[in-house]
Design a protein around this ligand. Sequence first.
Ligand code: NDP
Length: 245
Amino acid sequence: MVGKTVLITGASRGIGAACARRFAAAGCQIALNYHRSQEAALALTQELRAAGVRTEAFQADVGDPVQVQTMVDNVLDKFCQLDILVCNAGVAKQQLFTDITDRDWHALFRVNVDGTFYCCRAVLPHFIHRKAGRIITLSSMWGVTGGSCEVAYSASKSAIIGLTKALAKEVGPSGITVNCVAPGVIQTEMNGNLSQEDLENLRLETPLEAIGKPEDVAESVFFLASPAAGFITGQVLSPNGGILI
Ligand code: NDP
C-alpha cells in the first residue's frame, strides 16, 4: 500500500479520521476531506505530516456535486493519481417516522446517498482510465436490518448497499472493486446522544461484549482496499461485534 493515494470523505473525526490514520500507517498518501470541522481536519493533517505522511486537507460538502468535482480535480492536481476512494461522510438523525419532515428526509439523503453518488462519479473516469481503483462505501447495520426511529437513515444506508452492488457489477470489468462496510454501534460523536445506560445495554446485547471503536471499522475499510481483497467486490462487511449475525 506504500505510495497509494486515498481520498477519505468526512475524515475530520470519528471513523473517517481512524481510516486516515490506518492508511497513513501503511504508507499511503492521504487526501482528507472535511466539511465543517476545519480545526480538527487541520490538526489531523499536521499530525500525519509530523509522522512523515504526505497529506492534504480538502474542504467540500459531499452533497454538492460542483464542490465534489472541484475537490477530486484538486486531489488529482496535487497527487497526480488516486487509487482508493472511501465514501465515509455521513449524517444521522433519530426521530419517529411520522415526525420526519421533507427537509429532514432530503438532508439525510443529500449527504449519505447523493454524496456517495457524486464522489464515485467524480473519481470513476480516472479509475476507468487506469483500469484500477478501489471504492469503499459506508453503510450501517441499520441499512441491512432497518432501525426503529431511524427510517430515513436506514433507507439511505440501504441505498448505499444497492449502489455498491450495482456499481461493482458495472465497473468490475474495468479492474475496479466496490465494496461496502456496514458497521454496528461505534463510539463516535454520531452516537453522542446515547446515554451511558444505552451504551451499556448495547454492549451487553453484543456477543463480543464491546462497543466498537472507529479503529475497528478502519481495519475493515483498509482490508477491502488492500491487495488481500483483490478478488472481493460487491460485498458488505459488517464489523459489529456479532450484534447482527
Ligand atoms: P461522525 O458524526 O463522528 O463524523 C461524521 C463525518 O462526516 C465528519 O467528518 C463530518 O465532517 C462528515 N460530514 C458530514 N456531513 C458532510 C458533508 N456534507 N460533506 C462532507 N463531510 C461531511 O460520524 P462517524 O464517524 O460515526 O460515521 C462515519 C460513517 O460511518 C457515516 O457514514 C456513518 O453513517 C457510518 N456509521 C457510523 C456508525 C456509528 O455507530 N458511529 C455505525 C454505522 C455506520 P465535518 O465534521 O468536517 O463537518
